[in-house]
Write a protein that binds this ligand. Structure first.
Ligand code: FE2
Length: 603
């Protein structure tokens, strides 16, 4: 950072004056983003679905109006110069076609090359008079690297040009030389460049702008489109697990209402669900226009109330018409008095959801009594893309419609900024800290255990008073806390000191038994930890676990806190709480049912 400030001061001196304009002051001209959104909508409306799968940059170019072409070829990067200049645009040669506007706007390909971290960029040159210069988009895909720009005065004896009105205003000005990175968001430096361009002005751009016009990567096709038949049926607890059950599901756009039929299970009942008690669902439309083959579906949510504790219920969901009922499934309420129970905890699913689904199904077959499934975040890789969630639910069918899911939010679930789809899919307890968005942080008690779900994507100190309040007011025998980013990392290059500093003193003070986490894509169980040190006795310390259930795997470092650590293995954990002699049996299994870890904690 210091280097960047020093460099900026230096450039300020050599250029005399640099003025950074705000994108908002851009004369009311539509932005590239505006045009792309407009073209995307037109493509969706006018192009048959099957053709959208195969559409390419040339077809998009052909459908643009003259005004759209003008903006896409001149309004991605703009600036003005005080003297005539020669402008060189350095592009990634793997781009096919190369930025299409270069030829059209009179740029000529040259032999000039710049090397950045072994990657070659080729130069396109054009002279411009004093005044405004506008450059176009990189491409209609996310492929390749974003181009960057250099310029020199056309007349060698002219003073260095003053650059004004830079747009976007996060462009930076530097001197073209070895060691300078061409991107504002990547440190990889220029290692070689044409000597005649020594001392040229470099306009540093964002590597990320490669996505600005990436319309072709915005069309998604779900493998599992909605239909009139209910699917994606998932159980959560938004209220007391002893007396309520929340049920959510999906239908296609033609089925705009939902109903749950339910009754206590008592032997075979061929009349179910026709004569059963029913509850109407709250039904809302979910619009995801990026999902070309299924842009609209309905989500239905019903909360069954006043259930009997410790009781198995049959249920089915539908729209109230006899031929639309789902397959009959069952759920079980929590008992009123503390009783032995077990639950399954899994780390990141995220990638390889087919394989993850097989692991989940195996866990369900092997442990049919598990009360719920706790996920420590990163349920999917692209939390803002519905097709990823459609994969997730498809692979979880037959399990999460029978066992409630207890999710924590991972960073991938928040991709795109706000985890809107996550909130759409999971109705969770609204009992977290008042200042934090509902359902990100929550708690519930099941049997003799307290389960606290924190959100490690948010500043940890904002959750600390609530965490302490929950732990200080509970009479639960067992205390579990789950969140995504690990306090004690398994990855060689990761550390979450802020979380550790904020939360471990409270875990120590109230003797949390286990902390269940993900994110590092390996398996790690710590020794019992207290005051950030391993301690000898399980009764004195807290066990921290990192685990992964999907197929993405990272390396693991040797640490003094590691009791058990391994890599390259997708696993799930069974936590079995026995009331009679007050112990917790913790076990880790892989997809073949092979046990990888085993621990008993006695109270
Ligand atoms: Fe993560």
């Amino acid at each position: 950072m210091k280097r960047r400030i020093a460099l900026s001061v230096f450039i300020f001196i050599i250029l005399g004056f640099v003025h950074f304009a705000s994108p908002a002051s851009h004369d009311g001209i539509p932005s590239v983003q505006d045009i792309i959104a407009q073209v995307k909508m037109r493509l969706i409306q006018e192009t048959p679905q099957q053709e959208l799968r195969n559409i390419g940059p040339i077809q998009i170019w052909k459908m643009l109006t003259e005004q759209e072409k003008e903006i896409l070829t001149t309004n991605h990067i703009r600036f003005s110069v005080s003297v005539p200049v020669k402008v060189m645009v350095f592009t990634d040669p793997s781009l096919d076609p190369e930025p299409f506007w270069l030829n059209e706007r009179g740029f000529e390909r040259t032999e000039a090359q710049i090397i950045v971290d072994d990657d070659e960029y080729i130069g396109w040159e054009k002279t411009f008079p004093q005044g405004s210069i506008g450059l176009g988009i990189n491409s209609f895909t996310e492929e390749g690297e974003q181009y960057f720009v250099a310029l020199t005065p056309l007349v060698k004896t002219d003073p260095p040009p003053v650059i004004r009105d830079l747009y976007p205003n996060d462009c930076r000005i530097a001197r073209l030389k070895e060691g300078t990175p061409p991107y504002i968001d990547d440190d990889d430096p220029i290692s070689s460049f044409p000597k005649e361009w020594e001392e040229a002005i470099l306009i540093q751009v964002s590597e990320d702008w490669v996505k600005t016009a990436a319309i072709l990567s915005q069309f998604l096709f779900t493998k599992y489109p909605s239909s009139d038949q209910a699917d994606q049926i998932v159980l959560t607890w938004s209220e007391d697990p002893r007396a309520t059950q929340t049920i959510q599901w999906r239908t296609g756009p033609a089925v705009n209402k939902g109903v749950v039929a339910y009754q206590k299970k008592s032997g075979e009942d061929p009349s179910f669900p026709q004569n059963a008690q029913t509850v109407a669902a709250n039904s809302t439309i979910l619009e995801t226009i990026d999902i070309i083959n299924d842009p609209r579906c309905y989500r239905h949510t019903a909360v069954l109330q006043n259930l009997e504790a410790g009781t198995t219920y049959l249920y089915a969901v539908g729209d109230g018409l006899s031929d639309h009922w789902s397959e009959t499934a069952e759920f079980k309420t929590a008992t009123k008095q503390a009783a032995s129970f077990s639950f399954v905890y899994m780390g990141d699913a995220q990638n390889g959801l087919d394989r993850w689904g097989a692991l989940l199904q195996n866990a369900h077959r092997a442990h049919t009594d598990a009360a719920f499934y706790l996920f420590a975040g990163d349920l999917v890789g692209r939390g803002n893309d519905r097709d990823d969630w459609d994969d997730f639910f498809h692979n979880a069918r037959g399990v999460l419609d029978r066992k409630p899911i207890v999710p924590a939010l991972g960073n991938h679930d928040c991709r795109g900024g706000h985890p809107s789809l996550y909130f759409t899919y999971f109705t969770l307890p609204i009992n977290g800290p008042a200042m934090i968005e509902s359902e990100r942080v929550y708690s519930f008690e099941y049997g003799n255990a307290l389960i606290l779900i924190l959100d490690s994507n948010l500043p940890p100190e904002e959750q600390t008073p609530w965490l302490e309040q929950q732990l200080s007011h509970t009479e639960a025998v067992w205390k579990f806390v789950a969140f995504h980013h690990p306090v004690y990392s398994s990855d060689p290059d990761r550390d979450n000191a802020e979380i550790r500093d904020a939360w471990t003193p409270i875990f120590d003070k109230y003797h949390v038994d286990m902390v269940l986490q993900g994110h590092d894509h390996a398996y790690l169980r710590t020794h019992p930890m207290k005051s950030n040190q391993p301690v000898d006795n399980l009764a004195d310390g807290t066990i921290y676990v990192v685990s992964v259930s999907g197929t993405k795997m990272y390396e693991q470092a040797e640490r003094d806190y590691t009791a058990v650590g391994f890599v390259d293995t997708s696993v799930y954990q069974l936590l079995n709480i026995h009331v009679s002699d007050n112990h917790l049996h913790y076990q880790t299994y892989d997809i073949n049912g092979k046990k990888h870890d085993d621990l008993i904690i006695h109270k």
